[in-house]
Design a protein around this ligand. Sequence first.
Ligand code: DC
Length: 228
Amino acid sequence: MNKSAQLVVTLDGPAGSGKSTTAKEVARRLGFRHLDSGGLYRALTLALLEEGIPLTLWADLTDEDMNGLPVRVSSEDAEFLIEVAGRRVQAELRSPSVTAHVAFLASLPAARRRLLRLQHIAGEKGGLVADGRDMGSVVFPDADVKVYLVADLHERARRRLEESGISPSNVEVERESKVIAERDRQDSERELSPLREPSNAHLIDTTRLNFNEQVEEVVALVKASYTD
Ligand code: DC
């Protein structure tokens, strides 16, 4: 196998910076697999909600409790499939109730330990583009290429709303900006694995880039890393 097929590429950044869609397309163009770590945090949140465990008890859950939750990742050729209680989940991970509780779950040490193991197993063979908040800083600190994506807050809000199929008014963009700013605050201020620009990361501001341009920038960085 050539060395490029074993690379680990990380994409971190705040909510709405375009990490997941970019990572997925970069992985497709390079023939790598895409790991959406936010999806894993969402899956663990969904499992807790489905098990009916009251929110007030989440912080007391032990490693054993977390390990017992029915979340699995299996890998198919081009992607990782996330399963909760034996069924494949996708749209459910983006439901309002999961979205409302995931930042709290992500602040819990036992939850992060559970998912760290899953992510390391996923990354073992390389050939991976992983996106999240701590991919380059904590989960894959030795990644071959690290990217940190940023974009203007209002632009991120607009993209989020457009993704859900609406042409947002200024008032809606303003409202969504407040929601995203609060998520940024929670993700950056938490004690464990806060959102940070990893050392040695390539910073890309996507505010004025279209989707194809941002994908091409990342692909070019990866190609440069093995032709240098
Ligand atoms: O990227 P997203 O919106 O799907 O992430 C969901 C939540 O999970 C978000 O509040 C931050 C958290 N998260 C995290 O703490 N670490 C990661 N590597 C990925 C996501």
